[in-house]
Design a protein around this ligand. Structure first.
Ligand code: DX5
Ligand code: ZN
Length: 243
């Protein structure tokens, strides 16, 4: 099982030509988990083909909801070796970077809308040895990332307005994914496109075909009858990147 952020690959020989097909990275969001049995839910994800644990931190200021913080992440961290992908929907994330590092975060994603000194936030996250991500809300243009794309590892493209799970995917997000994919490929950057919000078994194929690498899934996974099977279904979707 992969424990870093390399996408799963399949190697095929087609007419003696080597073709590498990348499979989507699946990052279930624990916001939709049953917190009364959190350890069990983490165990399920560990046994599943999930690649990352997506952890949504909300402060009730940047978004109109409050979720959990470093303390809960520290407990979750104890249950897994899979990357903890921390999504900060908070103001002044620079005040908490150390705490998330100490809690065991592997990736920390901040919102461009919450960071007037975004480049400094990115440098801080990387100086702590974590992967740096930047999230953009549905109203924020992809072009706002142009001057930091070469400094980051992940773009979290919000396909819902942040703050809640189980919302409907905003269709315009597909053209934003395509635009971002073009930018990243043109510059040949090793940046992963993570799509967050309203990802389902029905729309996941289109999202990956548009250029997404990572699928965040809250309710689709935790509300499904067989979460492990749902994760495998999502993970079997091939990304458009073929060598
Ligand atoms: C929303 C969060 C998402 C959310 C995804 O603000 O960032 O990660 O939990 O949940 P679903 O997949 O149910 O939309
Ligand atoms: Zn999220």
């Amino acid at each position: 099982m992969w424990t870093n952020n390399c996408p799963a690959i399949q190697i095929r020989f087609i007419y003696l030509a080597l073709q590498i097909i990348y499979m989507a990275i699946v990052a279930p969001s624990l916001l939709a988990a049953n917190f009364l049995k959190l350890e069990e839910e983490c165990k399920m994800l560990n046994e599943s083909e999930a690649d990352w644990f997506h952890l949504d931190v909300m402060d009730g200021r940047f978004v109109p909801n409050i979720s959990y913080g470093p303390m809960i992440i520290e407990f979750i961290r104890k249950t897994t070796r899979k990357p903890c992908d921390v999504h900060l929907m908070i103001l002044e994330p620079e005040k908490f970077a150390d705490e998330f590092k100490n809690a065991g975060a592997d990736h920390v994603t901040v919102h461009i809308e919450a960071c007037p000194n975004l480049h400094r936030n990115i440098e801080q996250i990387k100086s702590l040895g974590m992967q740096a991500g930047v999230a953009i809300n549905p109203h924020t243009p992809v072009t706002s990332l142009i001057d930091v794309l070469q400094d980051i590892d992940i773009v979290c493209l919000m396909s819902v307005n942040p703050g809640y799970g189980a919302q409907k995917f905003i269709p315009h997000s597909l053209s934003k994914i395509r635009e971002l994919r073009k930018l990243i490929d043109n510059w040949n950057l090793p940046v992963l496109i993570e799509v967050d919000g309203g990802v389902t078994l029905e729309n996941a194929k289109d999202i990956v075909a548009a250029g997404a690498d990572v699928l965040v899934d809250g309710n689709t996974v935790f509300q499904s009858k067989d979460p492990k099977a749902t994760i495998s279904q999502l993970r079997s979707i091939e990304t458009a990147k073929t060598l």
